[in-house]
Each structure stands twice: as structure tokens, then as C-alpha cells.
Write a protein that binds this ligand. Structure first.
Ligand code: PMP
Length: 294
């Protein structure tokens, strides 16, 4: 699938037709996955958690010593401007900053100017049926990147670790993969964080297992506390997941998706749980009121 006709994208300071936006074959984002990105969402003209996403993008860039050639305010304006140009009120926004055009060596000093682009479009991660009935996932053989080697907090353009896991899930006939850390503790899914409800407590793995600290994850923990469901970061095993009352995953694109079967084990009642459904409803409400206006 290529770009939709008429879709405008932000590309190095200008709004251009998506078909005109071309990245060089010498761009290190393409050659080496050297770059960072964010996935953001807007609901009915409100961009959800925009500041948090922009902050995380600059943190990822800072760690890989990539200087984004715009201030945070300029980039925020560019995001809003791209949404406006496409008259998109409910959209998915992809902000990408690559190291830029260099030579065929790794050395980032050869890349003189980062490439910046913003795509605003639509996204559907899983079929609607999976949100109503809950989905089945499996643990895959590919472990999550070792945080000591490549910290998953860096939302880099190198997603091969997660792509391998996604392929393993697809090969097994399920929509999503559960990835473990190197020690065998539960980490996250391919682009989503994972939660369980056990003994009435909401639990999710801590960042040091080697996960991306999801913005939706933080939001869901806050929502849980508001309804007096305690929320805690805890090292989780697959046994904890199999014997949980409820399980779900979270992410900007996925939102909150209930999980009802893991590695053939039915979770709880085999239907989306009470806390999960409440959090899904509260999350939906929050997206209607909380956000930066387009
Ligand atoms: N984990 C990974 C590996 C991700 O790429 C993402 C974002 N797509 C998430 C978790 C969820 O993060 P957020 O809620 O900030 O979208």
C-alpha cells in the first residue's frame, strides 16, 4: 500500500503531497535504522498526550546524540499543521527523525542534517471483534532486546526485534506476541505494554525488564487509581499471567485491548474482565476531553 492521493505530509519544513515526499537511499534511517519516532493519536480534533509524546521523542533523540533541528514548540506546531492540512480530526500521527543522508559507513558525523517527516493518517491495529471478545496471544521465542544492549526506552527506527516476534505470532495464527526479557520474565508485546489484574490489583512489568514505558500504560495506571484499583509495577512470570483474573494490552495505536487466552490457557472467565471494560470506557472518555486542540 502506498500513500493515499491528496494526503499532505510534513517533510523537512514543508507540507508536500505524500507522493512527492522521498527519502534518499543514503539516509541512515533507512540504511541502519538510525533515527527515532513517535506514534500519536488525535480524537475528534484533540491530540492526545501530545506533550508526553514530544518529550519522549526528544529523550530518544538525546540518548542517541541526534539533534532534532526544530524546537519542541516548532515540532508541536508542525504536528498540528499537518493534521489541519489533511482535515483529520481522528487520526494517527507518525513523527520520524532520522540521522539524515550520509555515506555508506556507520559514522553519524557524515550525516549533516537530520530528516524530519510527519505523516497523519488512520490506523487499525486489530479487528473490532478482538476488542469485544478479547484476543489470544502466544509467548514467542524471540526475547525482547536486552536493555543493557539496546534500551527499549529509545523509540528507535530499528524494530526488527519486535517484527521477528510479530512474525512468530502471525505464523502461529494469532494477532499478537508476548515477549519475555532475557531472564524469562514477562516484558511486553510487539508494540504494546501488558497488564494483568490479580487479586484485584492491576500489575504491569517495571521498565527495567526492558520495555518501552508506554504513555498509554501511564495513563491506564492513573485511571485505575481513580477507580480505587491499586496499580503496581511488578516482575511477572507467565504463571502470573496464566492465573490472572484479567489481562489486557495498551498502546497508542492499540488503545486498550483485552486478552482472553495466552499459550492455550484461558484467562479468567475467558471474556474481557470487569476492570478491563471499565478502564476501556474511562480511557475513551478521557480521549474525548483531554488533548491539544487541532
Ligand atoms: N511498547 C512498544 C515496543 C511500543 O512500540 C509502544 C508504542 N507503539 C508501546 C509499548 C506503547 O507505548 P504508547 O502507549 O506510548 O504508545
Amino acid at each position: 500500500m502506498g500513500p493515499k492521493t491528496g494526503l499532505k505530509v510534513y517533510f523537512d519544513g514543508k507540507l508536500v503531497d505524500a507522493s512527492q515526499a522521498k527519502v534518499s537511499i543514503y539516509d541512515h534511517g533507512l540504511l541502519y535504522g538510525d533515527g527515532v519516532f513517535e506514534g500519536i493519536r488525535s480524537y475528534n480534533g484533540l491530540v492526545f498526550k501530545l506533550k508526553e509524546h514530544i518529550d519522549r521523542l526528544y529523550e530518544s533523540a538525546h540518548t542517541i546524540l541526534l539533534k532534532i533541528p526544530l524546537t519542541k514548540t516548532e515540532l508541536t506546531k508542525a504536528v498540528i499543521g499537518t493534521l489541519k492540512a489533511n482535515h483529520l480530526r481522528d487520526g494517527y500521527i507518525r513523527v520520524v527523525v532520522t540521522r539524515g543522508v550520509g555515506d555508506l559507513g556507520l559514522d553519524p558525523r557524515k550525516c549533516l542534517r537530520p530528516t524530519v517527516f510527519i505523516i497523519t493518517d488512520k490506523i487499525t491495529l486489530y479487528p473490532e471483534k478482538l476488542y469485544k471478545e478479547g484476543m489470544e496471544i502466544i509467548t514467542v521465542p524471540t526475547p525482547r532486546n536486552l536493555p543493557e544492549a539496546l534500551n527499549p526506552q529509545i523509540k528507535s527506527l530499528n524494530y526488527l526485534n519486535n517484527i521477528l516476534a510479530k512474525i512468530e505470532a502471525t505464523n502461529a495464527g494469532v494477532a499478537e506476541a508476548l515477549m519475555l526479557g532475557a531472564q524469562g520474565y514477562v516484558a511486553e508485546c510487539t508494540g504494546e505494554n501488558i497488564f494483568i489484574v490479580r487479586d484485584g490489583v492491576l500489575k504491569t512489568p517495571p521498565p527495567y525488564v526492558g520495555i518501552l514505558k508506554g504513555i498509554t500504560r501511564g495513563c491506564v495506571m492513573e485511571l485505575a487509581r481513580k477507580i480505587r484499583v491499586p496499580a503496581a509495577e511488578e516482575m511477572l512470570t507467565r504463571h502470573d499471567l496464566y492465573n490472572a483474573e484479567e489481562c489486557f494490552l495498551t498502546g497508542t495505536a492499540a488503545e486498550i485491548a483485552p486478552i482472553v487466552k495466552i499459550d492455550g490457557r484461558v484467562i479468567g472467565s475467558g471474556r474481557p474482565g470487569r476492570v478491563t471494560l471499565r478502564l476501556m470506557a474511562d480511557f475513551r472518555k478521557l480521549t474525548k476531553t483531554d488533548g491539544v486542540r487541532v
